[in-house]
Design a protein around this ligand. Structure first.
Ligand SMILES: *Cc1c(COP(=O)(O)O)cnc(C)c1O
Length: 824
């Protein structure tokens, strides 16, 4: 039916298609000088080539009758799609050439694409990297998420303060999605439960008097690397039902009845901008249930399409991965659908649920552990609360049988936290409902089983495992760093873009002076590109001969941007005191968004900006030190930042960063890390070796020990450098016309209860920075270390991460599609 000849991947076919869209679909002529329409025409040209592979892939999965996995996440931080799609289709050169012949620069028009910023930071970007690797490994994995009308806010800096602006990313349309109204689902909220006997005399629950909302899916293609596979990310948007409130309507309140549309459409209006902390807002719980219910109904619909109402081998053919506790209500929703809609008994439904759900934990921070008031559940999701109560009752009976009389243990393990305001502990629901629970780096997984989830580990040790995070080398090396990609491909054989461990072959060239020079030149060109961006965004000029010392990530006290800026102040004080002998010139760049309600984080942004002002305006400082705050840090910015970085700052308090993935992007692009023994830093150092990593700071057990008698005031007193830095801060040197604004920061450093122990690691940090500075002075040594870092980064590919998830948790067969570029 409707057989089509495949679209050509050569420059001529691409050029012809582009002209067709530009003139015939968009109606533009050669006199159109904005780059917006060329971008749209190119996006459609590339999208057409994804479409045919997308349809074929879905057909191949159906025919293979393969097992499938579903990745459920409230966040997918996809960034831009065009460059990645061209890379994965293997047509970047053809497109660039075809456009060049028309006088159009591909890189320039690609800048028109807004980032799809549907996530906060690491957790959302991880989900995006996972999808890329699954498609490249040809694994039948589908992502499910929310199509937020407004993504992560845009960060402006005014007078050094962060100001949030809405991110209306869909304003100019989104060529990378297609609406699928035929798969619209209906989601219920509120109401109450009634029980009726069915025709077999069995008691069945009915959730009645509900307020319903529609979930409309939008599909985004996820291409694998040059393999013909295109997987799917399905994002749900809320919409009102067409049923007006009849009472209001008949009472003449037409506009009020229509107004109810608003509250339905609000559900997917905006992404909550909190990273590693919970909002506790009712709308957020609605978003979570909206995603869970829409996705589960959709997956069951697709199951019935292929198996009718036979669920006997559902658990062998389906697996769900929960990205943190955010989609955990899925556990109760699957139970509800199997029992109330499919008429299954509790035990059968529970057997299916707990053998299909797998949960990934992303944090040890107590403020990030989700708890929802029972009262809120009663109002919003009464049927789901009943199911959660039943899950808990049966679970606690199991615990009581294992540890008779241990009521304290029952209290500790209960999914319901008792107290003045009883709460549902979402992480416990996720653990009880899952067959696999994983952390995201070795240290993090070990801390989970020895601390936070110790009781559960005693009960079910076999459920717990580690899956160290990664990043996709397609976006984070091949796409964002073409200079290095070409140098690597010219140097080593083997398909490193799909087998990143091949990068180890680069080690043999680290001692080759000619190769080192070429490596250095690539880095220098990338630094120039970054310096141009910094000048444009921050109005600060970076000199490419200086060391580029960079920390970009969400602003959070545990990530210790404060420690970084204290070191900058220390360098400034040294320069002002004339202690500049053997000092390595540095350009320090710090960037990241603070959650709008996180005042201490916003104050740290202000301090960085004020220090930058003072340092950059001081003629005596000159080129020895430059400081800039990079506004609106996001995926597309990181694509320029990580290739141009010399020194990657990964300086969290040990035991606080679950994994980190920014650290991996920097390493892959040849940056050296200065870091603590935290998260995946530990594994990075293991891979590259201590000689090419600047280690400092307390270890996790040392942090726990030092807390007992932490006395920052005497640490400051005993440390000349830190005293001098505190002196400048306390005398208001960086806030001469804004008296007192940094008092809360000064207090936090001097606080014996400072959870992040900034003063404890300061001296060790300064010492490691001196080693880094000295090492940078030896150009050949530094370049060799840079090569060793890239060479050792193979482990941190999400291809490896996904293979581990698949071997240990999902157990999917890969399904091959025909290669997308047979002529190559
Ligand atoms: C990789 C990435 C992150 C995660 O950075 P960490 O340093 O691991 O916290 C956050 N935001 C963006 C835009 C990223 O690309």
């Amino acid at each position: 039916m409707l057989a089509q000849r495949p679209l050509g991947l050569d420059a001529d076919s691409i050029g012809a298609n582009f002209r067709h869209y530009f003139a015939h679909t968009l109606g533009r002529s050669g006199e159109c000088y904005t780059t917006h329409y060329p971008y749209k025409a190119l996006a459609m040209t590339v999208r057409d080539r994804l479409m045919e592979r997308w349809i074929k892939t879905q057909k191949a999965y159906d025919e293979a009758q393969c097992k499938r996995a579903y990745y459920l996440s409230l966040e997918f931080l996809m960034g831009r799609s065009l460059g990645n799609a061209m890379l994965n289709l293997g047509i970047t050169d053809e497109v660039t050439g075809a456009l060049y012949d028309m006088g159009i620069h591909q890189e320039e028009i690609a800048e028109n694409e807004p980032d799809a910023g549907l996530g906060n930071g690491g957790l959302g970007r991880l989900a995006a990297c996972f999808l890329d690797s699954c498609a490249t490994l040809q694994l039948p994995v589908k992502g499910y998420g929310i199509r937020y009308e407004y993504g992560m806010f845009r960060q402006d800096i005014e007078d050094g303060f962060q100001v949030e602006e809405p991110d209306h990313w869909l304003r100019d349309g989104n060529p990378w999605e297609i609406e699928r109204p035929e798969y619209t689902q209906r989601i219920s909220f509120g109401g109450r439960t009634e029980f009726h006997s069915d025709q077999h005399g069995k008691l069945r629950a009915h959730w009645v008097d509900t307020h319903d909302v529609l979930a409309v899916p939008y599909d985004i293609p996820v291409p694998g690397y040059c393999n013909g596979t295109v997987n799917t990310l399905r994002l749900w948007q809320s919409a009102a039902t067409d049923e007006f409130d009849l009472d209001e309507f008949n009472a003449g309140s037409y506009t009020e009845a229509v107004g109810a549309k608003n509250s339905a459409e609000n559900i997917t209006m905006v992404l909550y901008p909190n990273d590693a902390s919970e909002s506790g807002k009712e709308l957020r719980l609605k978003q979570q249930y909206f995603l869970a219910s829409a996705s589960m109904q959709d997956i069951l619909r697709d199951w019935r399409r292929r198996h009718d109402h036979d669920f006997s081998n559902f658990a062998e053919k389906v697996c769900f991965q929960l990205n943190d506790t955010h989609p955990t209500i899925t556990v109760a929703e699957l139970m509800r659908l199997l029992m109330d809609e499919e008429g299954m008994e509790w035990d059968d439904a529970w057997q299916i649920t707990r053998s299909t759900m797998a949960y990934t934990n992303h944090t040890l921070l107590p403020e990030a552990l989700e708890r929802w008031p029972v009262r809120l559940f009663e109002q919003l999701l009464p049927r789901l609360l009943e199911i959660i109560y039943e899950i808990n009752a049966r679970f606690l009976a199991e615990v009581a049988a294992r540890w008779p009389g241990d009521t304290e243990r029952l209290r500790r393990l209960s999914i319901i936290e008792e107290g003045h305001e009883p709460q549902v502990r979402m992480a416990y629901l996720a653990i009880v409902g899952s067959f696999s629970i994983n952390g995201v780096a070795e240290l993090h997984s070990n801390l989970l089983t020895s601390g936070l989830f110790k009781d559960f580990y005693e009960l079910w040790p076999e459920k717990f495992n580690n899956k160290t995070n990664g990043v996709t080398q397609r976006r984070w090396l091949a796409h964002c760093n073409p200079g290095l990609r070409n140098l690597i491909s010219d140097t080593i054989d083997g398909d490193w873009i799909c087998h990143l461990e091949q990068l180890r072959k680069l080690e043999a060239y680290a001692h080759d002076a000619g190769f080192r020079n070429r490596w250095h030149e690539v880095k220098k060109a990338n630094k120039q590109r970054l310096a141009d961006l910094v000048e444009q965004e921050c109005d600060v000029r970076f000199n490419v001969d200086s060391m580029f010392d960079i920390q970009v990530k969400r602003i959070h006290e545990y990530k210790r941007q404060l420690l970084n800026i204290l070191h900058v102040i220390h360098l400034y004080a040294r320069i002002k005191a004339g202690e500049t002998k053997h000092m390595t010139p540095r350009c320090v760049l710090i960037g990241g968004k603070a959650a709008p309600g996180y005042l201490q984080a916003k104050l740290i942004v202000k301090l960085i900006n004020n220090v930058a002002q003072v340092v950059n305006r001081d003629a005596q400082v000159g080129d020895l030190l430059k400081v800039a705050f990079f506004p609106n840090y996001r995926v597309s910015a990181m694509e320029v930042i990580c290739p141009g970085t010399d020194l990657s700052e990964q300086i969290s308090t040990a035991g606080k960063e679950a994994s980190g993935t920014g650290n991996m992007k920097f390493m892959m692009n040849g940056a050296l890390t200065i870091g603590t023994l935290d998260g995946a830093n530990i594994e990075i150092r293991e891979e590259v070796g201590d000689d090419h990593f600047f280690l400092f700071g307390l270890t996790e057990p040392e942090v726990v020990e030092a807390r007992q008698s932490y006395d920052p005031k005497s640490i400051i007193k005993a440390d000349f450098n830190l005293s001098r830095v505190m002196d400048l801060l306390e005398k208001g040197h960086f806030n001469q016309f804004e008296p007192g604004i940094f008092d809360a920061i000064i207090r936090s450093i001097r606080d014996p209860h400072d959870p992040w122990m900034v003063a404890a690691d300061f001296a060790s940090y300064v010492e490691a920075q001196e080693r880094a500075g000295a090492a940078y002075g030896n150009r050949d040594g530094w370049t060799a270390s840079s090569i060793f870092n890239t060479a050792a980064s193979g482990k941190f590919s999400t291809d490896r991460t996904m293979q581990e998830y698949n071997e240990d948790i999902w157990k999917l067969e890969s399904v091959a599609c025909k290669d997308c570029k047979p002529e190559n």
